[in-house]
Design a protein around this ligand. Structure first.
Ligand code: PLP
Length: 255
């Protein structure tokens, strides 16, 4: 059986983001994806209309059903939706310190729609930060998590909050020609990549990247190698992304 990543993520009916992105990305990385579904969202490629979060006990029951069943090597979280679900995941991870853990600190959808109460989610994420092998914030999330506008200071603040490794994704920065991602381990800049900025908006790019990293970690890659593989793979799937309707975000073509 392939090494397995257990994802705590939400359902996006458009199939661009959330648990479908996770399943496809992890499959492409060579690992197997298992899912504990955190929420059912109502959305398309243009906007989020709402969501219903999974009750905490049901979320934990899903995760606990597969722990002795599958060779889980890594946990990945995306949309968690409620502080209850964040607490449930923290409890679960504390019981399984041998699992690696990729924390994608999802606060809002790329389309701008709410995926939970941002202020309470930010506070609750503090409990997950020290448990993560790597955190993958975009710069909007990084600033929100730390309350710090300057990106270098914000990154250092995340380490002061207990982070072990951070991949800062620069897609939301004002760099029209390129996107700069920077990987820090224990507070030190380890590598940075600049890839040409592709035109348009993409739905589920963050989920895809974090999940591919988790899939590679599950298979034994070191962090830096896992991130490099994931960035190269993501650029390919975004280049081939498909446009649904005028004004909709592009859906990455992960196969
Ligand atoms: N998880 C779910 C269920 C979502 O609906 C979204 C965005 O719509 C995300 C995660 C985050 O997506 P992205 O990778 O575009 O940041």
């Amino acid at each position: 059986m392939r090494p397995t990543v257990l994802c705590f993520s939400g359902l996006d009916p458009s199939g661009g983001a959330g648990l479908q992105a996770d399943i496809e990305a992890i499959g492409q990385s060579g690992a197997h994806a298992a899912i504990a579904c955190t929420a059912l969202t109502i959305q398309n490629s243009q906007q989020v209309f709402g969501f219903e979060a999974t009750p905490k006990a049901l979320l934990l029951a899903q995760a606990n059903a597969v722990i002795n069943d599958l060779p889980i090597r890594c946990v990945k979280s995306g949309m968690l939706g409620t502080t209850d679900n964040i607490a449930a995941l923290a409890e679960f991870l504390q019981q399984h310190p041998d699992y690696q853990y990729v924390l994608d600190p999802v606060l809002v959808a790329n389309s701008g729609g709410s995926l939970g109460n941002q202020a309470t989610l930010v506070k609750a994420f503090a409990e997950l930060i020290p448990l993560a092998s790597i955190i993958t914030p975009n710069t909007v999330e990084l600033r929100a998590l730390t309350g710090e506008n300057d990106l270098d200071l914000a990154t250092q603040k995340l380490f002061a909050m207990g982070a072990k490794a951070v991949l800062v994704k620069g897609g939301h920065e004002d760099t029209p020609e390129y996107i700069r991602n920077a990987l820090y381990i224990q507070g030190e800049l380890i590598s940075e990549t600049r890839c040409p900025r592709l035109a348009g908006e993409y739905h589920g790019s963050g989920c895809s990247l974090a999940s591919f990293i988790a899939g590679r970690l599950a298979q034994g890659d070191a962090l830096k190698t896992a991130v490099q593989h994931a960035e190269t793979w993501l650029f390919g799937v975004l280049k081939n992304a498909e446009s649904p309707v005028e004004g909709g975000q592009k859906i990455p073509k992960r196969f």
